[in-house]
Design a protein around this ligand. Structure first.
Ligand code: SF4
Ligand code: SF4
Length: 153
């Protein structure tokens, strides 16, 4: 089961819309609340669940840590620097986990349009944007032509 939004908690801030890698969290134009427009395309990555300041989004936990019939609630608390997970199993057992927030602060990453446009030469390169500088290396490791000719003996 993908994400769903508790309408009474959502205030329509749009953080889930901004962060969803599948671009499926949208704001309903009539009631100004978020909803998942394409549940089949949800990766269950929990990005929106963790980003929601209202704790308004829920999602199915992965089957390997929480079998059917459970509930998982995720609470992100930036002031404490933690993400708390509460699992309630169908037999009533409860587990609580707490992990540190490892992402950079909200809004601290520059968007693509804030960078200078790449040169024509860069567009022909096999390197991705900002490589290799962003990887803190001088150049990307690559096979030499003679290594490519080696076959299986
Ligand atoms: Fe998008 Fe991930 Fe949230 Fe699914 S769990 S709606 S893929 S951010
Ligand atoms: Fe609603 Fe939470 Fe999405 Fe904001 S991040 S729009 S409060 S569901």
């Amino acid at each position: 089961m993908p994400t769903f939004v508790y309408m009474t908690r959502c205030d329509g801030c749009g953080h889930c819309v901004d962060i969803c890698p599948s671009d499926i969290m949208h704001i309903d134009k009539t009631n100004r609340r978020a909803y998942n427009i394409e549940p089949n395309m949800c990766w269950e990555c929990y990005s929106c669940v963790k980003a929601c300041p209202q704790n308004a989004i829920d999602a199915r936990g992965y089957a390997d840590f929480a079998p059917l019939g459970h509930s998982v609630r995720v609470l992100r608390e930036p002031e404490k620097g933690t993400i708390s997970w509460k699992l309630i199993f169908r037999d009533g057992r409860e587990k609580n986990f707490e992990s540190p927030i490892r992402t950079t602060p909200w809004g601290s990453i520059k968007s693509a349009e804030e960078y200078a446009a790449p040169s024509k030469e860069a567009l022909k390169s096999q390197e991705l944007a900002h490589e290799p500088d962003a990887l803190n290396i001088e150049k990307l490791p690559a096979l030499t032509p003679d290594q490519l000719k080696q076959g299986v003996i």
